[in-house]
Design a protein around this ligand. Structure first.
Ligand code: FEO
Length: 171
């Protein structure tokens, strides 16, 4: 049986991954409406990946004899001021997710649940990639500023990046 404290932490993480998917879906929809097709494609893909993160946790909890809880979600933001604003929030959100994952890992160690600890290492590695990617995109976007031509190229380049890949937008 899954340790109860670990099960609770994993269920909280299920909710965080589900909410992440929801937040990025909101961002994707905004970017699509704002005419940033490349960013929109990137964000839709990112949203799908968060759903996969959630599903992986659900399967693990149930397979280990726990009960995965499908969470209720908040409606995400509808409007953003700018692309910079979107990717700043995405970056901040990923930093928050990393903290939460570290928290789950910490509980696994305290409860001596080495199986779940091992399982969580996939998430630890994934967060390193996601944080790097988010920071690279944000840096690039801050360089671009409000230059419309550069924003157009940035948007076009972003369509080519896999959401959790470690690539950076080309110059
Ligand atoms: Fe599943 Fe981007 O954290």
């Amino acid at each position: 049986m899954l340790n109860k404290k670990v099960e609770k932490a994993l269920n909280e993480q299920i909710k965080i991954e589900a909410q992440s998917s929801q937040v990025y879906l909101g961002m994707a929809s905004w970017a699509e409406r704002a005419g940033f097709q490349g960013c929109s494609a990137f964000l839709y893909l990112h949203s799908d990946e968060e759903r996969v993160h959630m599903l992986k946790l659900i399967k693990f909890v149930n397979d280990r004899g726990g009960a995965a809880i499908i969470p209720e979600l908040k409606q995400p933001e509808k409007d953003y001021k700018s692309l910079q604003n979107v990717f700043q929030q995405l970056n901040d959100h990923e930093e928050f997710v990393t903290q939460e994952i570290n928290g789950v890992v910490d509980i696994c160690l305290r409860e001596k649940d080495y199986t779940t600890h091992n399982f969580m290492q996939w998430y630890v590695a994934e967060q390193i990639e996601e944080e790097t990617l988010a920071r690279n995109i944000l840096d690039k976007l801050n360089l671009v500023g409000n230059d419309k031509g550069a924003l157009y190229l940035f948007d076009r380049d972003l369509a080519a990046i896999k959401a959790s890949g470690s690539g950076t937008p080309s110059k």
